[in-house]
Design a protein around this ligand. Structure first.
Ligand code: ADE
Length: 259
């Protein structure tokens, strides 16, 4: 996959592409990253890329012309892929979007700074807006890195063990991940759950499934609506719900008696 990044801070992406999964994907020639700096396309002597907002208000707005020229330059190596603007107004990025983007041959990620970019640039040159979450970053660069990271680890052969993608949170049936442990067996009095040392793979699989279900119900019950769960899973979820209610009742009763 060929990813073009339009950014005022290309050095951030150079550093990022020297480590971990992104570096591996690039070494395997599954991923090529190409940054273009809009400042290189500013035409005045000060190389201005931003200006004050019409209508007043705080902050600066990124100008159309340098950004447009930078996107055009970027598209020379990525002519057919979508042009994505990272912004809090965008569609929320999630694993399903990462999976569908990983199928593209190329894309251009446009990183804004300041208060945002001129709306007319969005109308003319942006295919979609993507947000990494309901918070405001000072620029789109870290959001673009989230997208690059999540997408590049899905490219064929990038993760050594194909299983690890299968078992990720959100990939394994839309549930959160189960907990993981490694040596030593005991840390500050906390022991690895006995089942994981048992060598009984059937029991281990069942324990992990139940942990994933429990965590998802406790932390992200909203995910259960779309999760791929069967009758046995449902029965387990009901059991832990009833157990929670029983414990809560016992707690209230104890509080009443203690009064
Ligand atoms: N730029 C600023 N905030 C952002 C966010 N939440 N997601 C994507 N890009 C952004």
């Amino acid at each position: 996959m060929e990813i073009g990044v339009v950014t005022l801070f290309p050095a951030l992406f150079e550093a990022y592409s020297e480590v971990g999964m992104v570096r591996k994907a690039m070494q395997q020639q599954q991923l090529a990253l190409n940054t273009v700096n809009p400042r290189d396309y500013a035409t005045d002597t000060h190389r201005t890329v931003d200006d004050r907002p019409f209508g007043g208000g705080p902050g600066m707005v990124m100008k159309v012309e340098p950004l447009q020229a930078a996107i055009k330059a970027c598209k020379q190596t990525t002519p057919n892929g979508p042009v994505i603007y990272l912004s809090p107004q965008g569609q929320r990025f999630d694993q399903a979007m990462a999976e569908s983007l990983a199928e593209q041959a190329s894309m251009v990620l446009v990183c804004g700074r300041y208060e945002g970019i001129d709306e007319r640039l969005i109308e003319m040159d942006i295919d979609r807006e993507v947000s990494v979450g309901d918070y405001v970053l000072s620029g789109g660069e870290t959001a673009a890195m989230c997208v690059i990271d999540a997408v590049s680890r899905l490219l064929p052969g990038v993760l050594g063990d194909a299983e690890s993608v299968q078992q990720d949170s959100f990939t394994a049936d839309g549930l959160l991940d189960h907990p993981h442990y490694t040596r030593p067996e005991s840390v500050a009095g906390r022991d690895v759950p006995e089942v994981l040392l048992s060598g009984d793979h059937q029991r281990i699989r069942q324990w992990r499934r139940q942990q994933a279900l429990t965590r998802t119900q406790e932390r992200r019950p909203d995910l259960l609506a779309d999760a791929n769960i069967d009758e046995q899973d449902r029965a387990f979820l009901k059991k832990i719900r009833l157990e929670k209610i029983r414990l809560e009742k016992a707690r209230l009763e104890k509080a009443r008696l203690d009064k």
